[in-house]
Ligand binder design. Structure first.
Ligand code: KG4
Ligand code: ZN
Length: 346
């Protein structure tokens, strides 16, 4: 007899996307709804927590309803409610967590707590039927830059993370310096297409020999000094720069960040003897990063298989939450109604 599929409703509100999705058996995407707040935060050049929280409150109900309707399921078909409860902006996370707890209580369905970063990692393995382990996973987002030793969806082991700015945050801040629109990552990538990545030698911070941690604040400051002079007293040259100069800065900055990401991922892969490399998080949408990582995987001996999250699941979404929720459901790893949002991963 054919066994019935397991449907998980996933909810995601950790930063500036209100998202809900229904995923069957961890991989069949029945619906994915995302309400982006990018327009609301654009003029501030970054996410404003209070604005994010209010927008989540406005959108959470319609987004969940739409996800359920588009999936053509009703509450009886849903086996559990999974929600990202960490890490992120607590005032944003609390909206998703409260909605998930309410549905879990009213529908009498299990509640599943999801680590947002572990969920990002899940987006990279979504369509893979023959995952060769161990894998090293690079998660690069607006709030985090992490390397994991991935041997199962339930217990990725953190190998290294950023000691200051995240890679995406550096993209956003540099875009701000260059007066490029928010979010900075896609803006810098676009402008960099016409730039020379070797025009300016920005620093590549590798930290200690063998370190798997990251630091991106130095490169951000280097771009700032380049535009405003070492003592920050010189005039801001950005407004008088040509399009080509801006493109060269963007391309040189992007190349420096990618060099560091590739080098550290290669180090981590060697350390754990990885057969596969996983790439996820918002910055994974970057074509240069994807291409350079592919090159690294092809050139190392033995070559490694690269699995990259599909573009629509690189940035925040609830498919990744529901997909990981399935694995936790199978392992009976449930949360209770005391679940709280947390700014950092526990
Ligand atoms: O994963 P995500 O949606 O949210 C967080 O969990 O933080 O990542 C958002 C980040 C932003 O910093 C954005 O600038 C960056 O991902 N990003 C990119 C690209 N698309 C989004 N960075 C570089 N290149 C891109 N194409
Ligand atoms: Zn994210």
């Amino acid at each position: 007899m054919e066994s019935k599929s397991i449907n998980i409703l996933g909810i995601e509100t950790s930063c500036d996307e209100t998202a809900a999705a229904v995923v069957a058996d961890g991989k069949i995407i029945k619906s994915s709804v995302i309400a982006s707040q990018a327009k609301l935060h654009e003029k501030y050049g970054g996410v404003v927590p209070e604005i994010a929280s209010r927008a989540h409150i406005e959108k959470i109900y319609p987004v969940i309803i739409e996800a359920i309707q588009r999936a053509k399921v009703n509450k009886d078909d849903i086996n559990a409610v999974a929600v990202a409860n960490q890490p992120g902006l607590t005032v944003a996370l609390v909206v998703g967590v409260t909605a998930a707890k309410t549905l879990s209580f009213v529908w009498d369905k299990p509640l599943i707590a999801i680590d947002h970063l572990h969920a990002h990692l899940q987006s990279a393995v979504l369509g893979e039927k023959d995952l060769q382990l161990p894998a090293v996973a690079l998660i690069v987002s607006g709030g985090h830059t992490c390397l994991y030793d991935y041997r199962s969806p339930l217990e990725p082991q953190l190998l290294g993370s950023t000691i200051d700015d995240a890679a995406g945050e550096a993209f956003d801040k540099v875009a701000n310096i260059l007066r490029l629109p928010y979010p900075g990552g896609p803006s810098i990538e676009k402008v960099a297409e016409n730039g020379n990545p070797k025009a300016i030698k920005f620093p590549r911070s590798m930290l200690g020999q063998g370190s798997l941690d990251f630091s991106f604040s130095g490169i951000k400051t280097a771009v700032l000094y380049y535009c405003r002079g070492q003592d920050m007293k010189g005039e801001d040259k950005v407004d008088s720069m040509s399009k080509q100069e801006i493109a060269d800065i963007a391309a040189s900055f992007q190349a420096a960040v990618i060099d560091v990401l590739i080098k550290k991922t290669q180090r981590a892969a060697e350390k754990i003897g990885a057969k596969t490399v996983l790439l996820g998080g918002g910055v994974a949408a970057n074509n240069q990063l994807r291409a350079r990582l592919q090159q690294m995987c092809d050139e190392t001996r033995p070559p490694k298989k690269l699995l990259v999250a599909p573009k629509q699941y690189c940035t925040d979404n609830a498919v990744m939450v529901a997909s990981l929720g399935y694995h936790k459901f199978k392992a009976k790893l449930f949360a209770d109604l005391t679940l709280e949002p947390k700014a950092c991963s526990s």
